[in-house]
Design a protein around this ligand. Structure first.
Ligand code: MG
Length: 242
């Protein structure tokens, strides 16, 4: 019996193994070669990014009401000019990586949704909420980093009022058939101050204040920043198309 077992082991070890199964080259892919990108230092734009705001003016933005963006821009910072309306990029985008830095007012006024409220909208209709959520209670799916009224952030990574905060967002656009049917929902990942707070979440449509989300077919779209009446500020905004 032992002899038979030994024989079986020997047969297994010397069994012919095709070269194909053990050739590592067969699973190597050499093309395409990823393009070389030079990273920025810290949060600076990498070499292939489009800079949307570097402090030198609002040239990449326009008012959603038409005409020039009327927000205040000085000292490398742009700030919501209450009542002037939302602003949006003049350029349109599909799937993107976006970096932006924002700051809610150092002097706290109001509470809940009224405290440092703004927002970054993809295609002008899908909002990642901007809010002073530092010791500020509101509905969880409306706090900073929420996909407004759809997804509560995994954690609250907020810094205090008056401090600069970062969002790094990967947004995959929804896709539609020619008849306007949704074939792929929008998907969003958000890092807030370097911490993942939305992990590849799927949107069920736009993000309205009142009512339920729904999709309206669209192609590429602008990035919109919200005038919610609070003097929230922005700096260092750059984008990479994916
Ligand atoms: Mg908002």
């Amino acid at each position: 019996m032992k002899l038979i077992m030994n024989l079986a082991v020997v047969l297994f070890l010397v069994a012919p193994i095709s070269a194909q199964e053990w050739d590592p080259v067969l699973t190597e892919k050499w093309i395409p070669v990823p393009a070389l990108v030079v990273p920025g230092s810290g949060t600076a734009a990498p070499s292939d990014a489009l800079v949307l705001f570097d402090g030198s003016g609002l040239g990449s933005w326009e008012s959603v009401r038409g005409g020039e963006a009327k927000w205040l821009a000085s000292d490398g910072v742009m700030t919501v000019s209450a009542g002037s309306g939302d602003i949006r990029t003049t350029q349109l985008f599909g799937d993107i990586q976006l970096h932006l830095e924002w700051r809610t007012p150092a002097i706290v006024e109001g509470d809940g949704q009224g405290r440092g409220n703004s927002g970054v909208f993809f295609h002008e209709v899908y909002e990642v909420q901007i809010l002073d959520s530092f010791n500020n209670v509101t509905y969880s799916n409306g706090q900073a980093g929420s996909i407004y009224k759809q997804h509560i952030p995994l954690v609250n990574a907020s810094k205090g009022p008056g401090q600069w905060q970062t969002y790094d967002i990967v947004f995959q656009s929804p896709a539609f058939t020619e008849d306007g049917e949704v074939v792929r929902n929008a998907i969003v990942t958000v890092f807030h101050n370097g911490i993942v707070i939305q992990n590849h979440v799927e949107l069920t449509g736009h993000t309205p204040y009142i009512g339920l989300p729904k999709y309206e077919p669209h192609g590429k779209g602008a990035i919109k920043l919200q005038d919610h009446g609070n003097p929230t500020s922005f700096r260092n905004i750059w984008i990479r198309e994916l």
